[in-house]
Write a protein that binds this ligand. Structure first.
Ligand code: AMP
Length: 283
């Protein structure tokens, strides 16, 4: 594995790989790897000949007062885990390299970014799409692999790829969970032991909602009320949203039908946690 910090060198390596007919698979991350990231790296190994993992804590996707400065970082451990899981190139540019003075171009997807996390994190997706577009242009991948954990992000990026005619395929991989069901996240580190126990309710509430739907419930309001009713009593939890939406366009549903996404964002202590479940609903 080699670590690259410079855009020019990354471009050169990708250009050479493409000339040799290699398929490039990119996994964009903000580092501080857990099994969720590693599952994406292993998927990249299945589809690509050259596996590029980017590690960049992207300042432009954090709002004022969010956790950019405190976002967990451990480059040494990341290097080891990336290598052990089959990374060929760890691309880890500095902020100055990605956003040199004078940078003033942004990529913005409308519509899909105005719901769910977009409502409470204005500007977040603009930061994500801008950095991901830059990574696509620098790394020139054939495949880019994302996690279903950030379902809305994956939908927004698919939209951007289609609208801007990027010539690559987006793959979305399942959510990797802790043994008790909590979705793995770098931000789980912020939880105290008591909050960590509370956090298990998030996935349990999604499973209960799924059971309710499988039992015939089709009213979105009643499904979200069940989830809110399980989360609201937790001492450290503050619900940002619990939404039942169309799995493609992310528009709110009143009656459940087709590909349904139940998504939630909850602040537990210092950590803003997200989770979701996809359900296929027959009429
Ligand atoms: P992050 O470093 O948090 O920006 O995440 C980088 C990539 O890993 C994104 O595509 C995330 O959706 C994905 N990811 C994060 N957590 C998980 C998880 N628990 N399971 C699967 N993918 C994940």
């Amino acid at each position: 594995m080699i670590t690259i910090g410079r855009i020019a060198q990354m471009r050169e390596v990708s250009k050479r790989a493409r000339e040799e007919g290699k398929l490039i698979a990119l996994v964009p991350t903000m580092g501080f790897f857990h099994e969720g990231h590693l599952s994406l790296i292993r998927k990249a190994n299945e589809v690509g000949d050259l596996v590029v993992v980017s590690s960049f804590v992207n300042p432009s996707q954090f709002g004022p007062g969010e956790d950019y400065e405190n976002y967990p970082r451990d480059p040494e451990r990341d290097r080891r885990l990336a290598q052990e899981n089959g990374t060929d190139i760890l691309f880890s540019p500095s902020v100055e390299e990605m956003y040199p003075q004078g940078h003033s171009t942004w990529v913005e997807v409308e519509g899909l970014t105005e719901v769910l996390c977009g409502k409470s994190r204005p500007g977040h997706f603009r930061g994500v799409t801008t950095v991901v577009a830059k990574l696509f242009l620098i790394v020139q991948p054939h495949y880019a692999i994302f996690g279903q954990k950030d379902y809305q992000q994956a939908q927004v990026i698919k939209r951007m790829v289609e609208d801007l005619n990027f010539d690559l395929k987006i793959l979305v991989e399942p959510i990797v969970r802790e043994p008790d069901g909590l979705a793995m996240s770098s931000r789980n580190l912020y939880l105290t032991p008591a909050q960590r126990r509370e956090a298990t309710i998030l996935y349990r509430s999604l499973l209960r909602a799924k059971e309710l739907v499988e039992g015939g419930e089709r009213d979105a309001e009643r499904v979200s009320a069940l989830i809110k009713g399980m989360i609201a009593p937790l001492p450290s939890a503050k619900i940002d949203y619990v939404s039942v939406v169309d799995g493609e366009n992310l528009r709110p549903l009143s009656k459940l039908t087709g590909k349904v996404l139940i998504a939630l964002a909850v602040k537990i202590g210092r950590a803003r946690l997200i989770d979701n479940i996809l359900i296929s609903v027959d009429e």
